[in-house]
Design a binder for this molecule. Structure first.
Ligand code: NZQ
Ligand code: ZN
Length: 385
């Protein structure tokens, strides 16, 4: 395990009725921007609960943040914040709304062109407005981390920035607010959280016993409660465990001091930018092929994953690795997420295109050992055809 300093400043309020905590978290005199998506919060009671808890504050609203939040939409919110001297940003929705809020909070008092935050991947944003979040979709972990992914459709870009300055000060996780989610979004959440754990765990052994066992526990929880919550959307125990698993998958705990490999996400973001495929579905396309191509560098951890997560202990090393990769693919398929490019009507030509786009941005050494070159990216996507 490498040296690390761990600090996660987000206070989490979990459980039924917790939206009322907004009243104690946001100062009574604050000027607040309520940021939201396409309107799901108006149909499931979350909006009313939020407004009631904010009573007395000066609240401005900006709806219309789309899935894979777009720079242009968000700049409208930035202008509103500047005009109205907004002091707090309150995203109410899924990861897209939360990520959008991080960008807005960072951009309001940013002196240059705000796209630079993404293009230059800035990590120091000291003038960012404070953020508090109400999460309605368990998936991204955005409620408890400093990351945001923003799309720019006019240039077909999808870029991320990570900064300690945009961690939510607090987040509210009431699993009941997620009951209104369609099965497609629940499946996306399960699949996204699964990949988040894998990318911090499935690298090479690093003598990090707690992180490994924690990662394996979150994976097994997703395997157990994922199908259950899809079959029984209002089973409170299953849904509550999914919500907490998704947060734990990307709040930093399992990734401290260990090698990480975010190449599945980096490649996946290109597929979303080019073909508008849901984020989690791009991960399901890339991950099994990537594990196959990287089976030598990941050998030790693949065998550990096979044994501890899937209980695969019989057969040769290679047979157990093949079986673990097959189980991974089958898990995605079992929750209704297809794992081939062709399932989404995407042709093999995209493999070279994605490799070219990453290379053009200087992204040429992905993976925990920096050995995933553009040529390998192409190989991985060809295998995913
Ligand atoms: O817009 P509304 O009407 O709210 O509808 C949304 C949207 O259509 C709907 N929804 C959300 N909560 C609902 C609901 N519908 C009914 N009931 C509810 N309770 O779900 C749809 C998808 O929402 P979205 O926020 O886009 O989904 P998700 O949470 O999966 O976020 C995906 C975005 O997060 C980024 C992805 O790249 C993508 O842009 N990520 C952010 C990360 C981070 N900040 O750490 C890490 C992830 O790897 C990921 O890259
Ligand atoms: Zn993700």
């Amino acid at each position: 395990m490498e040296n690390f300093t761990f600090h996660n400043p987000t206070r989490l309020h979990f459980g039924r009725g917790q939206i009322a905590k907004l009243a104690q978290e946001i100062p009574a005199t604050a000027r607040v921007l309520l940021l939201a998506g396409g309107g799901s919060i108006k149909r499931n009671g979350v909006y009313e609960q939020t407004r009631a808890a904010l009573a007395g504050r000066t609240v401005f609203e900006h709806f219309g943040v789309e899935a894979n939040p777009d720079y242009r939409t968000l700049m409208g919110a930035v202008e509103l914040c500047r005009r109205e001297r907004v002091e707090w940003v309150l995203p109410v929705g899924g990861g897209s709304v939360l990520d959008g809020a991080k960008f807005v909070a960072a951009a309001v008092h940013f002196s240059g062109e705000p796209w630079e935050i993404l293009a230059k991947r800035l990590s120091t944003l000291p003038h960012a407005l404070p953020i508090g979040a109400v999460l309605t979709l368990p998936a991204t972990g955005s409620e408890a981390n400093g990351a945001a992914v923003i799309s720019r459709r006019e240039t077909k870009e999808k870029l991320a920035f990570i900064s300690p300055d945009v961690y939510p000060r607090f987040s509210i996780l009431d699993p009941e607010t997620t009951y209104s989610l369609p099965a497609r979004q629940i499946a996306n959440g399960i699949g996204d959280a699964f990949a988040h754990v894998i990318e911090q765990y499935l690298t090479f052994p690093a003598d990090a016993a707690v992180q490994d066992r924690f990662a394996e526990g979150v994976l097994q929880t997703l395997i157990e409660v994922g199908p259950r919550t899809l079959a029984h959307p209002t089973d409170a125990a299953a849904r509550g465990n999914l919500v907490w698993a998704a947060t734990c998958a990307l709040n930093g705990w399992i990734g401290v001091g260990v090698p990480q490999d975010w190449s599945t996400h980096m490649i996946g973001h290109e597929l979303t930018a080019l073909h508008d495929i849901d984020h989690a579905r791009t991960l399901a396309i890339v991950l099994p092929s990537l594990l196959h191509v990287q089976r030598e560098t990941k050998r030790g951890k693949l065998l550990q994953y096979a044994a501890r997560v899937w209980g695969i202990t019989e057969g040769s090393d290679d047979a157990r690795i093949d079986a673990a990769i097959a189980r991974t693919r089958a898990f995605y398929e079992s929750i209704g997420i297809k794992t081939r490019l062709s399932d989404y009507g995407v042709s093999i030509e995209t493999a070279a295109e994605v490799a070219r786009r990453l290379a053009a941005r200087g992204v040429v050494r992905l993976g925990e050992r920096g050995d995933i070159t553009p040529a390998k990216v192409e190989q991985i996507l060809r295998l995913a055809a």
